[in-house]
Ligand binder design. Sequence first.
Ligand code: NAD
Ligand code: TYD
Length: 341
Amino acid sequence: MKKTILVTGGAGFIGSNFVYLLLDERKDYKVVCVDALTYAANIHTLNKAMQNPNFKFYKEDIRNREGIFKIFEDEKPDIVVNFAAESHVDRSIENPAIFLETNILGTQVMMDACRKYGVERFHQVGTDEVYGDLPLDRPDLFFHEDTPIHTSSPYSTSKASADLLALAYYRTYGLPVTISRCSNNYGPYQFPEKLIPLMINNATQNKPLPVYGEGLNVRDWLYVKDHCYGILAVLEKGKVGEVYNLGGHNEKANIEIVKIILQELGKPESLITHVADRKGHDRRYAIDPSKANKELGWGPTTMFNEGIKLTIQWYKDNMDWMRECTSGEYMQYYQKMYANR
Ligand code: NAD
Ligand code: TYD
């Protein structure tokens, strides 16, 4: 009999890439996607999945206990992977409340449903931002799984809270929990509020590229499909109660990323505009993925040079998708965040 895997946030960036990976490479799973379709989702992302008999979609909010429990009653998932979250740091600085509600209380609802109906695994998709940041002048330092939680933004604080709650559910109730903490992802279907798709979108329209501060902050980039393979590896080979860091030792300063995008698109560097820095801006993220390498045999397969080309090409080929994301609410958001920056 097919196992049922319930994926929350599957209409968003990483969740949708994970849904497609499952449908393509794990045909023995029935995939149930639960997503509230917030501003960050684009339902057209799932067009192809909707035609697959192994896929079922529910529009539901993970904060809605009754609705979530009903889905568990009907679908009886064996495995739950929780991607659903408010995910953008800048929005969390503007309005923290929804981050606490979805990322903490929503995760609690999902885990309560898992406890009530029984699952073989609840996997929480976490972030390296829970470790805070590292200094720019200490390239020898990395985030390990036992690096203390030391958050900077309301976003990372809400994600850290969810991780701690998941570990508490493991210890207190014996819920079979795993957690992965990944570095910054890039690739198809990322909403253009995040650095890479925002810069691609602006550059293609010859609009200014708003770099925060000097652009020297460093992020550790991982191609989204490699993150999805990492989560699969945790599900298939990971130990319950454990945290796994996922990253590929691919650190780049923001300004480097922006220049690569301009070069790939054949656009001038004069489009770069330095704007006011983000409040509390984390300086450097850098993952030590050696636990996942050793214990799961996982490592990235798409190098940045190749991944960024694939990503830019994907956005060029999917301008309609980008236009759907940037109509409506996005214009107001952009105006509010960047007009007087
Ligand atoms: P995203 O913002 O692109 O997608 C989030 C999805 O969750 C959207 O489809 C949205 O509709 C859905 N959602 C939001 N609130 C919901 C709610 N209350 N109920 C149901 N669905 C809801 O985010 P993403 O970049 O795909 O990130 C997915 C997960 O991975 C998040 O938990 C994030 O913290 C984590 N993560 C992201 C990155 C990254 O670089 N993007 C890195 C590490 C970890
Ligand atoms: P982002 O994609 O928001 O991811 P995160 O903050 O979770 O790492 O931002 C990546 C980096 O790019 C971060 O250092 C902030 C910077 N940034 C800009 O310089 N300009 C922008 O318009 C955005 C969205 C981000």
